[in-house]
Design a protein around this ligand. Structure first.
Ligand code: MG
Length: 377
């Protein structure tokens, strides 16, 4: 079998670190072409050596990294290098907006993009899809819920699918009262019950803003309107998501909550890895699985997502930008947690929506939303 050439964007983060583990565990499947990270240059250099990558790059600084590793290339070359013939799969796990231009380049060059950065589709869903169609690129979701839905949908006719059902762990504040939400400290918010993830996504998980972004992501990925996308609370994070067929049958995808399942499938698709090193689900230890409705009065995030997806254009991008700004304010101790929703709500309300005709439009809307949200408290 020909090895798949892989480039990892964001290799030192939580998803990227798990991708590196898979690349290490499957040298017979994958060859590491390039690694990109913003920070932690020492770790990046170490990963590059361990995986014998052709090149590594950091948008945080060329000089520091090149002192550590002879594989270092300028960050400005990355967009070209990931489009080279030796790259088959680009795993995008860069948090925030930095991944978008690189994903557009890879899709335009006909690459398979294993997409973990939900911001890419939230910010520029229509643009990403049209670029993929024009360049024959293909997006394989790596977000666990979307990987689950992707796997459940495989081989099925879309017109037989009534709804997509995303599961949400409910995050660290699932059972919090209004007063507890109001007074939640950063430390409390970061205590996630099941998933170990980066800080931003753990906070988004507590506000259910992560699920809101995922509803938008699912809408663009699978071409479903908001009324056909449901989210339910499932604290054990064992059922990663479901699809509901038109006859009422539900199909679910399950595994232990370990991101390597979705990352591995995103990279190996349409083939499946043999699971070496991955934990199997132990039914005797599983106990019971809980499901419940989301309390949308306490957690209004999904209202914003549905409005943004229904409207389209630049509004999902504005939701994402306002949320990032508000989360930063919360981390700095400038606002209380529920103000995140209010900042998102007010920023969206003030935004004049435009159609997505190019990257410039996206970046301009992102910038304006950040400026506006930055002034709110
Ligand atoms: Mg997810």
């Amino acid at each position: 079998m020909k090895k798949l050439g892989v480039a990892v964007l964001g290799s030192t983060g939580s998803i990227g670190g798990n991708a590196v583990k898979i690349l290490e565990a499957y040298p017979d499947w994958f060859r590491t072409v390039g690694l990109v990270a913003r920070s932690q240059t020492a770790l990046l250099a170490e990963q590059g050596a361990k995986l014998n990558a052709d090149w590594i790059a950091s948008d945080g600084g060329y000089d520091e990294l090149s002192r550590l590793s002879g594989r270092t290339v300028e960050f400005s070359r990355v967009a070209g290098l990931i489009c080279a013939p030796e790259v088959d799969v680009v795993l995008c796990a860069i948090v925030g907006t930095a991944g978008l231009p690189l994903v557009l380049a890879a899709l335009g060059a006909g690459k398979r993009v294993a997409l973990a950065s939900k911001e890419v589709l939230v910010m520029a869903g229509d643009l990403v899809k049209s670029r993929a169609a024009a360049g024959n690129g293909r997006i394989i979701p790596v977000d666990s819920e979307h990987s689950a839905i992707f796997q459940c949908l495989e081989g099925r006719r879309k017109n037989e699918v009534a709804r997509l059902v995303l599961t949400a762990s409910g995050g660290s504040l699932r059972n919090a009262t209004d007063a507890e939400l109001e007074n939640a400290t950063l430390e409390r918010v970061l205590r996630h019950p099941t998933w170990r993830m980066g800080r931003k996504v753990t906070i988004d998980s507590a506000t259910l803003m992560n699920k809101a972004l995922e509803v938008i992501e699912a809408g663009y990925l699978f071409d479903f309107p908001p009324e056909k996308i449901k989210a339910v609370i499932h604290p054990e994070s064992v059922v990663h998501s479901l699809i509901e067929m038109m006859d009422g049958t539900l199909l679910a995808q399950m595994s232990r909550p370990d991101m390597r399942f979705a990352i591995g499938y995103g990279m190996s698709w349409p083939d499946r890895l043999d699971g070496r090193g991955l934990p199997r689900l132990d039914f005797s230890a599983l106990g019971s699985l809980e499901f419940s409705e989301i309390d949308r009065r306490r957690f209004p995030s999904l209202d914003f997502a549905e409005a943004a997806l229904r409207c389209g254009g630049t509004l999902p991008c504005v939701l994402n930008a306002a949320n990032e700004v508000a989360v930063d304010k919360f981390v700095r101790g400038e606002i209380r947690l529920p103000r995140i929703w209010s900042i998102v709500d007010r920023t969206m309300a003030a935004h004049r929506v435009e159609p997505l005709d190019g990257l410039d439009t996206v970046l301009a809307a992102d910038r304006r939303a950040r400026e506006y949200a930055g002034k709110l408290n």
